[in-house]
Design a protein around this ligand. Sequence first.
Ligand code: SAM
Length: 307
Amino acid sequence: MKSFLQEVSFGLSKKNKKLSSKWFYDFKGSKLFEQITKLKEYYPARTERKILKDNKIEIANKIGKGAVLIEPGAGDIKKIEIFLSSLDKPKKYIPLDISEDYIIKISQSFKKKFPKVAITPKGYDFSGSDKLPFKINSSENIIIFFPGSTIGNFEKKDAVKFLKMLKMKFKAKKIIIGADLIKDIPTLISAYNDKKGVTAKFNKNILQRMNTELGTNINLNFYQHLAIYNKSKKRIEMRLKAKKNNNIRINGSKYSIKKNEEIHTENSHKYTIKSFRNLANEAGWKVKKTWVDDKKLFSVHFLDLGL
Ligand SMILES: C[S@@+](CC[C@H](N)C(=O)[O-])C[C@H]1O[C@@H](n2cnc3c(N)ncnc32)[C@H](O)[C@@H]1O
């Protein structure tokens, strides 16, 4: 697994500078994301919650008895709570997140709310090839819960790889997954560029982490948060645009960033029902049910292996 230092050094030495969005998430970044989910502009979180709430009985029936629920990139674990108490004797809930301190902390009160479910949070980077931090019993009813439109952060080929990995490595039988839908561009852009500037702070947290963890001396005010919609790739791209020439020094190396140069920090791909189905099919999954809200802002899908 490449370290933060290795990935930043590699990403900044490219012609088109790029850093992975996974580095937004230390404890502070996770807290900022929690704030984003409460913003009026950020329709995905509240819309997905409503879809899960309105359909929780049907979801519970599809999940079935004795579920072992695994949630990669679980964040504030607010969404599982919506249907967990509707499930038939769920066995285990394993929230996984790259933001380890955060997931451990946030799970503490959750454990008290569901004393009959074995809740074992773990720090885990799902983009790497590390061994799973828990044992898998493939005869169990293993369900992956993947809300938050996190699937949209992957480029298409990596999304297919990830969905295949859920089958091969996690031995998942079923997946419940949220995908954001293509819609009018102003709604999309304002969801990633809120008036209060929380998303800007979240984007700059990657620079903040470089200052605290890699010893750089970046003036955060030298960078502007950008959220643009890339029509051909059907995705929001977040970038950090330099307002002036500046140098970033890391571990004896110097990276020169020119005025107006951009560092690409996140993709958030948007789907149609059809394009999401095609993606799932390419990875060997069958979409058995899709739920959408009245305004067709967001979609939640139930996938199985079609056996
Ligand atoms: C868009 S947020 C979604 C959070 C939550 N699932 C929800 O629906 O609100 C993405 C989450 O995935 C986590 N994450 C991002 N990249 C990750 C990675 N490579 N491995 C594990 N977790 C990751 C982040 O820390 C964050 O909690």
